[in-house]
Design a binder for this molecule. Structure first.
Ligand SMILES: NC(=O)c1ccc[n+]([C@@H]2O[C@H](COP(=O)([O-])OP(=O)(O)OC[C@H]3O[C@@H](n4cnc5c(N)ncnc54)[C@H](O)[C@@H]3O)[C@@H](O)[C@H]2O)c1
Length: 243
């Protein structure tokens, strides 16, 4: 049986935390990576011994490289990457969002996915096995009103996933994305109630998704149970997705 070591960005809370918890239940050793030292240490501690809480800003290549090196030396070669770090940014009409706000969202969501992929892929190629799961969003397929920067950034994550899927298709490294509709996490606490209600109204199941439902799909995509899918986008949207 292969030892799996996962590098989970945004692992201190929300979907990243829940994915790490679910992977740990499958015996995967998890390096949870996030901005706040105390929070990420607590999150890793919750999972029990054998898991790490590491501090890195995913937009900073030097910090991601250092965290990846630590994960490798303490847990073993990283062969699973879950990119969950992300921010929503301003919920306003596109023309009222400042350039700085747009750049910040693009930086965290796009560069913050690109960089961990670039850092993690060489060792996966060398091992001949790897699984990458990028957390995109339904917003990246549909384009949500008042979330233009966020939607554009998640569209970029989807395209990045498709390119990497093709580049790595014969190397044993599978790269897939998931596109959740709105899920019940702290991220949505800052979303104005009218924006949230509009998002839920698009979901035929008429409810928010739950983090453990997302983690289940990620656990599948991080395993040998997925073998003939790469560069794919998996919907987890309560029936919202139409394509
Ligand atoms: N919750 C939803 O409704 C929903 C729906 C679709 C997609 N998503 C995506 O799922 C992912 C996780 O969302 P969530 O709901 O768990 O959000 P969250 O806000 O609860 O958690 C995100 C985590 O990412 C971390 N983070 C943010 N910027 C970072 C940076 N620069 N470097 C390192 N860590 C950073 C935060 O500290 C936080 O712990 C995001 O990419 C989000 O866009 C969420």
């Amino acid at each position: 049986m292969r030892t799996r070591v996962a590098f989970v960005t945004g692992g201190a809370r929300g979907l990243g935390y829940e994915c790490a918890r679910r992977l740990a239940a499958d015996g995967v050793l998890c390096a949870m990576v996030d901005l706040n030292a105390e929070q990420v240490a607590r999150a890793a501690g919750d999972l029990g011994p054998g898991h790490l809480g590491l501090v890195a800003d995913v937009t900073r290549e030097d910090q991601v490289r250092a965290a990846h090196a630590q994960a490798t030396s303490r847990l073993g070669p990283v062969n699973v990457l879950v990119n969950s770090a992300g921010i929503v940014g301003a919920a306003r009409p596109a023309w009222e969002v400042s350039t700085d706000e747009i750049r910040k969202v693009m930086d965290v969501n796009v560069m913050g996915t690109f960089i961990p992929c670039a850092v993690a892929i060489p060792a996966m190629i060398q091992a001949g096995w790897g699984r990458i799961v990028n957390i995109a969003s339904m917003a990246g397929k549909d384009g949500n009103a008042n979330l233009a920067a966020y939607s554009a950034s998640k569209g970029a994550v989807i395209a990045l996933t498709k390119s990497l899927g093709k580049e790595l298709a014969t190397r044993g490294v599978l790269v897939n994305a998931i596109a959740p509709a709105v899920i019940e996490t702290e991220m949505n606490k800052a979303t104005p109630p009218d924006v949230l209600a509009a998002l839920v109204s698009k979901i035929p199941m008429n409810r928010l998704g739950r983090p453990h439902e997302v983690a289940e799909l990620v656990a599948f995509l991080a395993s040998d149970r997925v073998s003939f899918s790469t560069g794919a986008v998996y919907d987890i949207s309560g029936g919202r997705a139409t394509y």
